[in-house]
Design a protein around this ligand. Sequence first.
Ligand code: BYC
Length: 309
Amino acid sequence: MNTTLAFNSFQEKLDKDFNIEPKDVMPDDYRKHLIRQISQHAHSEVIGMQPEGNWISRAPSLRAKQILLAKIQDEGGHGLYLYSACETLGISRDELIEQLHEGKAKYSNIFNYPSLSWADIGAIGWLVDGAAIVNQVSLQRTSFGPYARAMVRICKEESFHQRQGYEIMATMMSGTKVQREMAQDAMNRWWWPSLMMFGPHDSDSPHSGKAFEWKIKLKSNDELRQKFIDKTVQQAEVIGLTIPDDQLKWNEDKQGYDHGEINWDEFKRVINGNGPCNKQRLDHHKKYHADGAWVREAAAAYAETNSKF
Ligand code: BYC
């Protein structure tokens, strides 16, 4: 980027497709919008470690366990990049966590469902990370610099996650009848919540208008959902999985699949705190956050002592 360029205003910088950086003057609503979205994203990464962490001790081989451990550590790292990006907007990590614990900040709907079998680990990697990548590839060009740069690294790691999930599903689909049934059962349970990850239809998305105006969003919720469906249906076919949607049909005119309607009542229930695992996920986060207080205190004391020398 040419750093010698000077801009007269936020709008001029945005219009010329330059990233907005933390020290730039920006509208207060732009800042608030980003804090909401980036913190929701960071919380999703960290809460998302729980359904997968549930299977570390039961992974079917040492190789599978090593891969799963590495993936879950990556998710923790994504949370850290995103909390750091969010802090550059003038809010502290403590405040962000408090908003999560008080239910003021959301996290992705998808992590409020239980992971019941090993096949769910495949479905999470393939479908959940697969959906996340489609959204995050587009966010690599989002207007706020620290968020866009965090996305570049996150996308590289997510594509490995997506592949490890697909490998689990493919392995199970070439196994016994019971294994194939487990894989299909996981597919049936994770498909619709994965489609919900993209958010409400564009016509029902209150934040999209400003998000486009400020170049935070470059593609709409429905556009990204369609992209995910089109690529995933083909991957399912290759390994013999059935998409649990009897209205799914190739549409020659739009060169994409038509699909059945998402259960938006379920979506609203889950994002408003009443999904199958919302309470469990938040209670777990609160407990381990409290248990880890001594680590934060020790780190702060160490930093303070060192700053005196
Ligand atoms: N879940 O106006 P809209 C991962 C809320 S983690 C919950 O369309 P926007 C991984 C929305 O917040 C990757 N809530 O909003 C980690 C708003 O409510 P509020 C997670 C949702 O922001 C570990 C209301 O609905 N990815 O990959 O323009 C292991 C209206 O929505 C959801 C991200 O976080 C939802 N799915 O668009 C494995 C992506 N959808 O805030 C994997 C970053 C909507 O007014 N976020 N809501 O109370 C985004 O791109 C956008 O925020 C969204 C929503 C597309 C999700």
